[in-house]
Design a protein around this ligand. Structure first.
Ligand code: NAD
Length: 292
């Protein structure tokens, strides 16, 4: 359809739904999304949001156990037809290619990639081993490259455009104490997104970034070593950290997985059809962006 006509029809459908008090049309109906780190806190929230908008979702994660639990939860909420899962390590080139191919076979293509799988590590630079540095680069920087490269290959071949969303981090823009490997890897994700936005534009492949501030609730990152190290860096416990992040935000609100999912929804949907190479910080107005 010509662009204006498509817009008019969508507008009319929304108005009609409002008049008849019908549920509004589901805006990702017929779209297929692959979410890496889909078994984690943010990934699962994004999957839930996309499924409620009618998308088919492939969850990809390194943890088979976490995948099984997340998939079961999502099937209970949305039914079993629209959600599948695949065990995949984002650092394994062949496994990434297989997961993308499996998505195409299961659901008939790929329209949306959410690159989100991640870890977090904290150590002063003098105590950052080469192994720790390389692990951050492999999973975050290289992992995001490998997954988007395969998605680009498929999306370009399909010839129908697509949307790639990177869940990076506020720490990719602002430095955080004792986390140089993590912050540097996250910064490289953001720059990779800009490069890919440039390369994908002609084929209608949009690439955008969502930068969360600390999301303590629901995230497994905040259960292990990262929590202990952050707690030591700031001299407090998990509750104290959550309160610290809340207090230092302009809006005095904690960021939740659902808040990040909402931003990922915006970049996946046609609402953001004119946005590419953009960054949306979901940080309640963090003090590092607005020093005072
Ligand atoms: P999470 O630990 O709950 O989820 C991350 C998921 O990634 C896990 O399910 C894990 O199994 C998976 N994963 C890890 N390594 C993988 C690999 N090699 N291959 C495939 N999957 C792998 O954490 P989360 O908070 O949901 O984090 C999601 C993303 O958000 C990460 O990229 C993280 O850096 C980013 N982020 C999180 C926060 C936060 O405070 N939680 C803040 C900013 C950015």
């Amino acid at each position: 359809l010509p662009e204006q006509e498509a817009f008019d029809i969508e507008y009319w459908l929304l108005e009609e739904a409002k008049l008849q008090r019908m549920p509004r049309p589901r805006s990702l109906a017929g779209r297929v999304a692959l979410i890496t780190g889909g078994a984690g806190g943010i990934g699962a929230a994004v999957a839930d949001r996309y499924l409620s908008e009618g998308a088919c979702v492939m969850l990809a994660d390194i943890s088979a156990e976490a995948l099984e639990a997340t998939q079961a939860r999502l099937v209970q909420r949305h039914g079993g037809d629209m959600v599948r899962s695949v065990v995949m390590d984002v650092t394994d080139e062949a496994a990434v290619a297989r997961a993308i191919a499996e998505t195409a076979v299961e659901f008939g293509g790929l329209d949306i990639l959410v690159s989100n799988a991640g870890i977090a590590s904290s150590a002063p630079v003098e105590e950052t081993s080469l192994e720790l540095w390389n692990r951050n680069m492999a999973i975050l920087s290289t992992g995001y490259f490998l997954v988007s490269r395969e998605a680009f290959r498929l999306m370009r071949a399909q010839g129908m455009g697509g949307s790639v969303v990177f869940v990076a981090s506020k720490n990719g823009l602002a430095a955080s104490p004792n986390a140089s490997a993590y912050c540097t890897a996250k910064a490289s994700e953001i720059h990779l997104a800009r490069c890919l936005a440039l390369e994908g534009a002609e084929a209608g492949i949009r690439v955008n970034v969502v930068n969360p501030d600390a999301v303590l609730r629901g995230s497994r990152i905040w259960e292990g070593e990262w929590l202990e190290q952050r707690a030591a860096t700031y001299g407090t416990d998990k509750q104290g950290l959550e309160e610290m992040y809340r207090q230092r935000s302009l809006l005095k609100r904690s960021v939740l997985p659902e808040d990040v999912a909402e931003a990922c929804y915006f970049f996946a949907a046609d609402l953001s059809a004119k946005s590419t190479g953009n960054i949306l910080n979901v940080d309640a107005g963090n003090v590092q962006a607005f020093p005072r």
